[in-house]
Ligand binder design. Structure first.
Ligand code: ZN
Length: 408
């Protein structure tokens, strides 16, 4: 039986079993379509002791991360989010040229570039070599390493102890959470602050966001479970914000337990109380998720079958990781979606893993004039509906699959 990656308790409780699925970022070239394709179980457990929701790690992280296809800078709204964060945290902590900022999972430098513009020294830590190289090319100093205690000790020795450690959408992808948070405690100066953003497990459960589950995301956190994890490494969460990003995220603020200069805020206590009331610290809350996901699948297939019976054409917009969980779990291939499009040129000419749907540039939609455009990165639906408003000219409509199938 697998054990919890935080507290080592046996994982005896299933949150949802999404069956067999390929790694969601392993887009295929045309030649690869004729080869065998590895599928792994996508079975999600909840720990009965610490309530960490998690999938087993089937593939070594260096296999997943050395050639990663996701470049943060291809999303306008994500860039705006990063820029606003940098303005906010620079003012809140009074950061300047004598401080040092380290971002974990710094991707292509999409966030640190805004600190660089303010003259604040930065270092990015990004395991994917191709993505780290893109950051360096845009003037963001970046080391290509997996982060943990050993990397943290090396960085401190090289003079990179941090006044601010930021990590956005990286915690879910950490195979050894104890080594990672231990590394943060090592790297953080005595009065330093760490902020981490991650999708909130409460929103995943409440809004059917099962498609945000994939093999590359090992862990799914409530605020309460994050508090337990940080506390185990001598770090106190003293504040938290709820953000709309990725369907509903938390931005947690941590500091060393001994640094009492930053008292725990009302917001942190209130969220902890809300999760307690909402049952996130008990198994019963997790038991109903499976039926909820089954029903979401039936509703999406109902819509697609009806549309195809009426002779309508349906294409996808976006080829995000979450799209691949949805497509594989629901069995949606070119029988339903003619193709999908993505702004990331890395994906053009490739095919979605498992379902083999071709990926084209967005211009393709204007050429083929589909009746429906299924938005796979539903967290960006407002941005996409605005960008692609021209489909209205031929009566095209947008379809958003999560939390409920909805036509716009
Ligand atoms: Zn546990």
């Amino acid at each position: 039986m697998p054990t919890c990656r935080f507290c080592q308790t046996d994982l005896a409780h299933t949150l949802i079993d999404l069956g067999m699925s390929p790694l969601c970022e392993s887009f295929l070239s045309r030649e690869q379509l004729n080869q065998m394709e590895p599928f792994y179980p996508l079975h999600v457990y909840v720990c009965a002791r610490c309530f960490l929701v998690q999938v087993e790690q089937y593939v070594a992280p260096d296999h997943i991360f050395t050639e990663y296809a996701y470049f943060s800078s291809y999303s306008d709204s994500w860039l705006r989010h990063a820029s606003a964060y940098v303005d906010m945290i620079t003012a809140r902590l009074g950061l300047g040229p004598r401080h040092h900022v380290v971002e974990l999972g710094s991707n292509d430098g999409y966030l640190l570039q805004y600190f660089v513009k303010k003259g604040i020294p930065v270092l990015g830590v990004e395991p994917a070599r191709n993505v780290a190289a893109a950051a360096v090319a845009r003037g963001v100093p970046t080391v290509s390493r997996l982060f943990g205690r050993e990397t943290a000790r090396d960085l401190v020795a090289e003079g990179h102890a941090a006044d601010l450690i930021a990590g956005n959408n990286v915690l879910a992808q950490v195979p050894d959470v104890n080594d990672f948070i231990g590394g943060i405690a090592t790297l953080l100066r005595p009065t330093g602050v760490v902020t981490i953003e991650f999708p909130h497990l409460e929103r995943l459960l409440d809004e059917n966001q099962f498609d945000t589950i994939y093999h590359e995301h090992f862990s799914y956190f409530s605020f309460s479970t994050a508090e337990r994890l940080f506390a185990a490494h001598g770090l106190t969460l003293f504040d938290v914000e709820e953000l709309p990003t990725h369907g509903g995220s938390l931005r947690i603020y941590g500091r060393h337990a001994g640094d009492t200069s930053r008292p725990v805020t009302e917001r942190a206590s209130a969220l902890r109380a809300r999760e307690e009331t909402g049952g996130l610290n008990g198994l019963a809350r997790y038991a109903s998720f499976t039926e909820q996901v089954h029903e979401t699948k039936r509703r999406l297939l109902d819509f697609l079958i009806a549309a195809k019976r009426q002779g309508k054409s349906v294409v996808g917009y976006g080829a995000p990781g979450k799209g691949n969980t949805l497509l594989n779990y629901c069995g949606i291939r070119t029988d339903f979606l003619d193709y999908t499009v993505d702004r990331n040129p890395y994906k053009h000419g490739k095919f979605t893993p498992g379902t083999h749907i071709p990926i084209h540039p967005p211009e393709r939609i204007a050429e083929t004039r589909p009746d429906y455009v299924l938005i796979l990165p539903w967290n960006l639906k407002d941005e996409i509906i605005e960008q692609m408003a021209s489909i209205r000219a031929w009566g095209g409509q947008f379809v958003v699959p999560i939390p409920d199938v909805k036509v716009h």
